[in-house]
Design a protein. Structure first.
Length: 597
């Protein structure tokens, strides 16, 4: 079964309905209250007719009838209230549970898969073209699946999935039962008059089929456009400094506006189709009602029908129209919701890509690194070999530099060593401390300080010990902060907050805290990816201090750097070009080679 077959409409609907299983008691209560309110709704027009007949026939009130009417009014009110309450609670619970599952699945995906989303968005236009071509050729292959961003799934697809179950589906059932009930009552009160009301049925049927087809097509386009607009907004806001510094606010606003406008144009077309249908329904209902009332007036005048019956009849005619419109609307919305749920199921299943890391990482026995014939292509990167049979070795406790031009593959080696990139590995062997790194599983005892140090909104201590809080406490934090002279940080010291993504920190402070994080727990291997980018001349001494400290602790240090001073700290240097090792020797030799070239 292919990936697209798995997420067919039938599969998505089955999985959506399966969500009900865990909500048996809530749904049972909602069903009972739904039954009560439907019963009250269905009885209301006949009851009103009876009240009219009773007050027009006699001046003394029919208390029994009034009590029955009062009971029905209260029953209907209570039923509606309980149904709304039950469904609202179920909606909240289901949404919460799906949000958690999507987030869990997103966090368990590998870095390469999450990064790939960017490429999918960029390829959207290409995808649309291919789809058009497929249609022209009459191919029955399933439509290419779009890949919404995790944030779009959390903010849009999950709520529309749960609403389909707790709002659309009940409206569908309510409208359907309302339509059947109204038809039954109409036939019961006057079969001859029902001929007139029957005019509505074929018109509504044809209208609903046409409308749901038009809406289905528009939904797909609208979703893709909404997602595009959200991605643009997220990216531009995250890069607000870039936008402001370049003074491109107006340009970015117009890019965003055209994405929003494209979505609005589709929504307008969908609303127009909805509006035409509902307008048509209103006119045909009004026409039918006027026919019913004029013919019914004749029947009342000739004594074949009471005024109360005619009132009930007119109300049921109206309810039939409203029920049929509700069925058509809910049917289209249900289809949309089932399709939106497909994004949620794909996200929860991990979309067949990446995957959850299984089990504990094995501890490195020592700091040896052995990379043999490593070949790597980025997933979605057109098969280009970023690493092409790369060899690299480091002995325990050695300080080795990985050097080379921009884009030569240095950071990719670091990510593979840490076990963060694995899907793109096409060949070769990677071992750290005698333990093989494979299948997205890293080796315990390897710390990496990334080129862009990441932060979460919390204190300095929380960020330095990030992910290791169970193993280490404040004492370890103080020790590593001292090495990087990190007692500088903010007003609150190590208890001061760094802000969302460390927005309160300077570039140099970020890098120093990154280095401190790298030293936590005296790792067997420490990988430093361009640790000196944001540091001034004095602060570069901090990298030196950090490397010396690691050396003393017997840690193998891998430094990726372009800086000659940093490279000189290394015992040995490995040069890469085009994903291949082109140099293995001392630092001075490499620096001379660079100067010659
Ligand atoms: N997600 C990705 N998808 C496709 N190609 C990528 C991706 N990330 C990086 N690359 C490509 O892989 C190559 C190696 O990138 P890498 O970051 O390893 O280089 P680097 O040597 O560390 O460069 P720099 O010195 O500029 O940091 C580059 O040509 C880059 O364009």
């Amino acid at each position: 079964m292919s990936f697209d077959d798995k997420y067919s409409y039938k599969h998505n609907r089955k999985r959506l309905l399966n969500l009900c299983r865990g909500e048996f008691w809530g749904l049972s209560a909602a069903f009972v209250s739904f039954f009560l309110s439907t019963y009250a709704n269905a009885s209301l027009p006949s009851m009103l007719g009876k009240l009219l007949d009773s007050s027009s026939k006699s001046s003394s009130p029919d208390n029994k009838l009034r009590a029955k009417a009062g009971f029905i009014f209260i029953l209907g009110g209570l039923g509606s209230m309980t149904r709304t309450l039950c469904l609202g609670r179920i909606e909240g619970r289901l949404r919460g549970s799906l949000l958690k599952k999507v987030m869990q699945a997103t966090l368990s995906k590998d870095v390469e898969t999450i990064k790939q989303h960017v490429a999918v968005v960029e390829d959207e236009k290409e995808g649309e073209k291919k789809e058009e071509e497929k249609k022209k050729k009459g191919s029955k292959a399933p439509a290419a699946s779009t890949d919404p961003s995790p944030s779009y799934i959390l903010s849009t697809s999950v709520p529309s999935t749960t609403k389909t179950l707790t709002s659309t589906l009940p409206s569908y059932v309510r409208s359907l039962s309302g339509t059947f009930n109204a038809t039954y009552k109409l036939l019961n009160i006057s079969p001859s008059l029902t001929l007139y009301a029957g005019i509505l049925v074929p018109a509504v049927g044809v209208g609903s089929v046409v409308l749901s087809k038009i809406k289905g097509k528009q939904r797909k386009k609208r979703e893709a456009l909404e997602q595009r607009a959200e991605d643009i907004a997220t990216e531009r806001i995250a890069n607000i400094k870039l936008v402001k510094a370049a003074g491109t606010e107006d340009k970015e606003l117009s890019v965003y506006q055209s994405a929003v406008d494209a979505g609005t144009a589709i929504s307008t077309a969908a609303s127009l189709a909805d509006g035409i249908f509902l307008g048509f329904l209103f006119t045909s209902t009004a026409l039918t009602l006027s026919l019913v009332l004029s013919k019914g007036g004749d029947l009342v005048r000739t004594g074949k029908m009471t005024q109360g019956d005619l009132t009930s009849y007119a109300t049921y005619t109206f309810l039939l129209g409203a029920g049929a419109a509700g069925v058509a609307k809910a049917r289209g919305e249900f289809k949309d919701g089932v399709e939106a749920s497909g994004d949620v199921w794909r996200a929860i299943d991990g979309g067949g890509e990446g995957g959850v890391k299984g089990g504990e990482e094995e501890e490195a026995k020592d700091g040896r690194i052995e990379v043999e014939g490593l070949t790597y292509s980025y997933p979605g990167g057109n098969g280009r070999k970023v690493l092409d049979g790369m060899d690299f070795k480091a002995g325990a406790g050695e300080v080795v530099g990985i050097v080379g031009k921009n884009g030569s593959g240095k950071s990719t080696v670091a990510m593979v060593l840490k076990g963060l990139y694995h899907r793109g590995v096409q060949g070769g062997k990677v071992k750290v401390g005698g333990v093989e790194v494979k299948g997205g599983k890293g080796v315990k005892g390897v710390n990496v300080v990334m080129q862009e140090v990441g932060f979460v909104d919390g204190t300095v201590t929380e960020n330095v010990l990030y992910g290791r809080e169970d193993e280490f406490g404040e004492e370890e934090c103080r020790r590593v902060l001292k090495v990087v002279k990190g007692d500088f940080v903010g007003e609150g010291g190590s208890e001061g907050r760094v802000g969302i993504n460390g927005c309160k920190l300077s570039g140099g402070q970020r890098q120093r805290l990154g280095l401190a994080r790298g030293l936590v727990g005296k790792p067997k291997v420490l990988i430093l990816d361009e640790p000196d980018t944001y540091l001034d001349k004095d602060s570069k001494e901090i990298v030196k201090g950090c490397v010396e400290r690691a050396r003393k602790e017997g840690t193998t240090v891998v430094i990726i750097s372009h800086d000659a001073d940093t490279v000189r700290m290394c015992d040995r240097v490995v040069g890469i070009d085009g994903g291949k090792k082109v140099y293995d020797g001392n630092a001075e030799g490499w620096i001379e080679k660079m100067e010659r070239e």
